[in-house]
Design a protein around this ligand. Structure first.
Ligand code: CP
Length: 305
């Protein structure tokens, strides 16, 4: 494994399979009555969150604690960032406290890459702007593999606000590495101009793509990143690109439905679809802890006890 995890595109097929297989082993440990491993005893993991998070922040904390690491949680709100302290000075301050790994979420694309030049420990990208969210892609691939088996040749459809989605980019890169065929479906206004360089296909016809999908991943419409009108109305968006009961019925019987969360229920996904037995949304959250354990374990070089 490399020292940092900044982009899903940095992972070779062997790297990605090693993380998924390690997570599979760690999932077995998590089924024991005593879930904690001594693997990272004496190591310190700093969670550096400049943007809001529920799933990622909590699961990195749970993952580090299950491996017996010491955990320092830093949230920009209430810190000296509000007095103007820079990312570099914040990072160096935390490193002085002995961080072996820094998990960072930041609103600016590229912040984890910059951080990796300033600190000695491993840097893990927990979501940077509209760029990447590699551990989300890993937990998504892990969730798919557990339900569908090996991903080679599997047809994965990713739907919605691709333009603002770091999840979509990381998933396209990782799923391509793992041999899956990815199709993006979105309104033209919600696709990045560079999408034709991504290793995937693009369609505007959700109803045509669904019957050929092994998994459909709905993306959150990121209203907080929208400073213009990207579609006529929420109702119109939902009518064209939402996964409602009628569209869900177009999927093959064994296809799964995914969403990274948080969801806009009733907009990109109907509540009854999100809560159906073929939805992996809750599993994805649980798998997030296991995948993040595997990433920390491999980056910090622990050994499974
Ligand atoms: N999927 C995801 O990154 O969720 P959070 O923003 O809650 O961490």
């Amino acid at each position: 494994m490399k020292r940092h995890l900044i982009s899903a595109g940095d992972l070779s097929r062997d790297d990605a399979l090693l993380i998924l297989d390690t997570a599979e082993e760690l999932a077995r440990v998590s089924e024991r009555s005593i879930k904690k491993l001594p693997t990272l005893r004496g190591r310190t993991v700093v969670n550096l969150f400049f943007e809001d998070s529920t799933r990622t922040r909590i699961s990195f904390e749970a993952a580090a604690k299950r491996l017996s690491a010491d955990v320092i949680n830093f949230s920009a709100k209430g810190s000296s960032v509000s007095k103007g302290e820079s990312l570099k000075d914040t990072a160096l301050t935390l490193e002085a406290m002995g961080a072996d790994a820094v998990v960072i979420r930041h609103g600016s694309s590229g912040a984890p890459h910059r951080l990796a030049n300033w600190v000695h420990g491993s840097v893990v990208n927990a979501g940077d702007g509209t760029h990447e969210h590699p551990t989300q892609a890993l937990l998504d691939a892990f969730s798919m593999r557990r339900r569908l088996g090996a991903l080679d040749g599997r047809r994965i459809t990713i739907v919605g606000d691709v333009l603002h989605s770091r999840v979509a980019r990381s998933n396209v890169l990782l799923l391509h590495t793992l041999g899956a065929e990815v199709t993006l479906v979105a309104p033209p206004t919600l696709l990045p101009v560079s999408v034709d360089t991504w290793p995937c296909s693009v369609s505007y016809d959700l109803d045509g793509v669904l019957p050929k999908s092994d998994a459909v991943m709905m993306l959150r419409v990121q209203k907080e990143r929208m400073n213009a009108a990207y579609f006529p109305s929420e109702r119109e968006y939902s009518r064209r690109y939402g996964l409602d009961r009628d569209r869900f019925a177009k999927l093959p019987d064994d296809a799964i439905v995914m969403h990274p969360g948080p969801m806009n229920r009733g907009m990109e996904i109907a509540a009854e679809v999100a809560d159906s037995p073929r939805s992996t949304i809750v599993e994805q959250v649980a798998n997030g802890v296991t995948i993040r354990m595997a990433v920390l374990y491999l980056l910090l070089g622990g050994e499974i006890a």
